[in-house]
Write a protein that binds this ligand. Structure first.
Ligand SMILES: Nc1nc2c(ncn2[C@@H]2O[C@H](COP(=O)(O)OP(=O)(O)OP(=O)(O)O)[C@@H](O)[C@H]2O)c(=O)[nH]1
Ligand SMILES: [Zn+2]
Length: 293
């Protein structure tokens, strides 16, 4: 018996990487019994039948999983948000951050297309970057056109499973191309997957970048946001968590309660108004959500 990590799933086969070798494995009946479907990213035990094939015996416990792409044990999410074209979108960024915090994934914010920032837009973008750094997030500024900042992303990959996320056209594919120019053939394949938009990708693969793995499909969907519970929401804003000890009520939702340290921080400008406004809008959205049966 051996152990390894599933790095690809395709037409009923799981490709398990174990000590530098990839085994094409079948799932066998054990999963129907245990009701667990192996996912890319899973750590598994398997029985090798020869040097190339085997079958999976068990799937080890996951620390998290995503619906899109179907992948388990994600360490970090690279959130690509362009400074312009499309304009930097903090409402969407905060949505992604909530999803990511809820799944205990580390977010890394990449502000792309920095070469397109003009003097007029610059102060606005710099303010956002400063705000998110203040919260404690790593924010990297890149341009794949000039390659500025691209290398600064590389050390983050080592030893981690990463997923790229961000709206269409922000430069996710360009960034992957810039990071792995040697992936010539595969890059076309990556951009194809990254460009797929809303469609569910059946084929998922982890590719190696900077000593770690990166999903070849961008991640996260509205489905995942729909699973966030109201009680969970304030915990997904690190700067709220840091202040909630100062709220009068335990379990303060930072909305209607008096003597709320988060609202005070918002009133005094310590928490930027858009962060608090996004929080309130997410609270409303979750409250209005139809119960799912
Ligand atoms: N000026 C400039 N343009 C960029 C940069 N990065 C990407 N672009 C351009 O932005 C456009 C979209 O880039 P993509 O890499 O395809 O974006 P994507 O996020 O992969 O988009 P989807 O595949 O739709 O999800 C392309 O025309 C790129 O050439 C950059 O750093 N600077
Ligand atoms: Zn409060």
């Amino acid at each position: 018996m051996a152990e390894g990590k599933i790095i690809k799933a395709l037409s009923g086969f799981y490709y398990v990487l174990s000590e530098g070798r990839v085994y094409q494995c079948r799932g066998r009946g054990v999963f129907r019994k245990r009701k667990v479907t192996p996912l890319v990213g899973d750590y598994v035990s398997f029985q090798a039948e020869n040097e190339r094939e085997g079958y999976i015996l068990d799937v080890f416990e996951r620390k998290n999983e995503l619906v899109r792409p179907p992948i388990a044990n994600i360490d970090q999410a690279i959130l690509v948000f362009s400074a312009v074209e499309p304009d930097f979108n903090p409402a969407l960024l905060d949505r992604f951050l909530v999803l990511i915090e809820a799944k205990h994934i580390r977010p890394i914010i990449v502000v792309s297309k920095m070469d397109l920032v003009d003097d007029e837009t610059k102060p606005r973008i710099e303010q956002y970057i400063c705000d998110y750094r203040q919260i404690g997030y790593d924010v990297l500024e890149v341009s794949t056109k000039t390659r500025a900042g691209v290398e600064s992303l590389l050390p983050y990959f080592e030893g981690n499973v990463s997923v790229f996320a961000g709206q269409s056209g922000v430069g996710k594919s360009s960034l992957l191309n810039a990071l792995r120019p040697d992936l010539q053939l595969k890059t076309g394949h990556i951009s194809h997957h990254l460009g797929r938009g809303k469609h569910t990708t059946r084929h998922v693969e982890l590719i190696e970048i900077g000593g770690g793995f990166v999903a070849d499909t961008p991640g996260f969907s509205a489905l995942e946001f729909d699973e966030i519970a109201l009680e969970q929401l304030p915990l997904c804003f690190p700067e709220f968590v840091a202040r909630s000890g100062g709220c009068k009520f335990r379990g303060c939702t930072h909305t209607a309660e008096p003597k709320c340290a988060v609202k005070e921080a918002f009133a005094s400008g310590d928490i930027p108004c858009y962060r608090y406004e996004h929080y309130v809008s997410f609270v409303e959205e979750i409250k209005e959500r139809k119960p799912r049966y």
